[in-house]
Design a protein around this ligand. Sequence first.
Ligand SMILES: Cc1ncc(COP(=O)(O)O)c(C=O)c1O
Length: 346
Amino acid sequence: MKEDLQVYDNVLQLIGNTPLIQLNKITQEFKGEFFAKVEAFNPGHSAKDRIALYIIEEAERKGILKPGSTIIETTSGNTGFSIAMVSVIKGYECILAVSSKASNDKIDMLKTMGAKVYVCPAHVSADDPRSYYQVAKRLHSETKGSVYINQYFNELNIDAHFNSTGPEIWKQTEGKITHLVACSGTGGTISGTARYLKQQNPEMKVIGIDAYGSVLKKYHETKEFDSGEIYPYRIEGLGKNLIPSATDFEIIDRFVKVSDEDSAHTARELAKTEGLFVGYTSGAATQGLKQLAEEGEFDENSNVVVIFPDHGSRYMGKVFSDDWMEEQGFFDTKNEIEAQPIEFIK
Ligand SMILES: Cc1ncc(COP(=O)(O)O)c(C=O)c1O
C-alpha cells in the first residue's frame, strides 16, 4: 500500500489475512469454542487466491513466466477464477479446463475474467483423454511457452498455505488452536496449514473432510487406492477420484465423510444462524464439525478452527436454489430446514 494513502496498488494486495470469526449458534450445543477462517474475504472470494498468487510469483522468480506467457490449469472454478484474476493484473493469458460439474455461474465468471474455458465431462476417469486433467496436459504441450499450474501435483500448493494460512491462524488464535478442520480436494489447504501449525504444536489435531464417492479417507486409512469407492457426488471441490501429491497424508490425523444432502442443509443453516453466506464446502466442513462433536471428538478445552473455502454467491443455482434442492430430493427427508415460501403481491 502507498505510504500515507488508504489505497492499494491493485487487487492482489488484498489476498490473505482473512478474518477468523467465532461460530456462536450452529455450534452452541457442542463442547469447546469454534472459529471459522472465512476465505471468502479474499478478493477472488476463495482460498485459491493464495495459491494462484504464490505459484505464479514463484514461476516469475524462477524466470519461467515471461510477459504474455500462457497459464493453464484444471479447476472446479475457484482456482481458475483466482488464476484469471492474477493473470489480468500481471498480463498473462489464462486457459482453464473445467469439470462439467461446475455451475454455469462459475464458468461465466471465468469468462468474465478473460479466461479461455474448456468444459470437460466430470464422470470419466482421470486418465481418460476427455478428463480435465488430460485436456490441460494436452493444451500445455500444444501451447508454446505455457505454464501448467497442476495444483493437484504441485508442492507449491502446500507451500502457499504453509507460508500464509498457517501463520495467520497461529497468530489469530495466539497459539491456542487445538483442532484444525478443513475440506480436502487437492489437499493443499489442509496440508500446508497443518504443516505450519503442527511445527508450532505437534499435539494439535488435524481432521480432513471428505465426500462419499471419494477415495481419500480410505486411502488415508489403508494406503490402498480403491476405485470401488468412486461414484458421482454433487459437492464441488471436495474429495477426489485420484490421490493428489499435494496432500500430505502423514500430517492429517483422520478423515470424516459427509453427504451431499447434509452438507447442503448445513450451508443454508450457516446463512440463517451465523449470517455467513459461504459455499457448499463450508457447509460440508461444518457438517463434519457436527459429526465430530456427536462422536465426542471435542471437549471444554477445544479451540477448533474450521476453514470456510469460498463464498455462497458461487452456488446460487445449486445449494441456495430451492428448485435445485427440490430436484435433488433434499427437501423430502429428515432435514428440518425446508424451502422458504415467497409471497407474491399482485
Ligand atoms: C469450494 C472448495 N472447497 C474446498 C476445496 C479444497 O481445497 P484444497 O484443494 O486446498 O484441498 C476446494 C478446492 O478445489 C474448493 O474449490
